[in-house]
Design a protein around this ligand. Sequence first.
Ligand code: CAA
Length: 259
Amino acid sequence: MEFKNIIYKVEDNIATIQLNRPKALNALNSGINNDILAALELVKADRSIRVLIITGNEKAFAAGADIKEMCDATPSYARSFCSAAIDINNTLESLPIPTIAAVNGFALGGGCELALACDFRVAGYKSRFGLPEVSLGIIPGACGTQRLIPLVGLAKTREVVMLNTIIKGEEALAIGLVNRLVDDAEVYDEAVRLAKELMAKPALALAAAKTAINAGAYGTIEEGKKIECNEFALLFDTHDQKEGMKAMLENREPKFTNS
Ligand code: CAA
């Protein structure tokens, strides 16, 4: 499928959505949001895809929601505009496959929220993360305040959201906002390396781990404990659980079949 605002490809069981509005630093307008949502439907429908990478270009992952489109918005337009971004981020979180944001340059506002909704973030030294919405007279509208807290804690979240502090790559790594920091030219390749590491793991166990981790991060600890226990038990009905444990006991590499 051809898209106007993104480039979508699938290679070696890895899907990549590349945001492609370079003149606007990949600002997220309705057009690009609709393209991302459509690409996510393709990802959901293709069972051969094991990992999804979202990336931008060398200057920007995405510099936020499109301010030109939002500037004169009414509250009801603003609500429908942010519901598309919320849908994208919730879909990323609920996909059964791991997702990786490969971030070069600016990941601001809605761009930062998009990266936060991914399971992993790989970034370059020149990356810049921030939620500058308060300086525009608004607040993050696609769950940025909520997803940042479990990652970096309340104190840092208040700095980023209320003081609009911009986090540079090295600090992002130090505070756990990104998982891997590499040379800027290496970001996408490193994301592919991480994707391949993930693909060596059994897919059903990864999906269960993702469900349990997200429940723990965003729900109450009591709900999270129940979900973890349930996912744990259900995996004992899979080939890969038997194979993984037997291989360990027999001191050999496991042969996972994702079943
Ligand atoms: N929306 C619309 N256009 C944007 C944009 C955005 N968020 N960010 C950048 N652009 C456009 C600029 O208007 C400019 O377009 P023109 O060439 O037509 O003038 C082009 O991208 C290049 O930008 P700059 O010339 O500003 O580039 P720079 O290198 O000097 O600065 C920047 C880069 C610091 C990222 C600056 O562009 C900037 O501050 N952008 C806005 C960042 C921001 O506030 N994001 C939050 C948006 S609100 C939000 O995201 C709400 C939400 O949670 C849903």
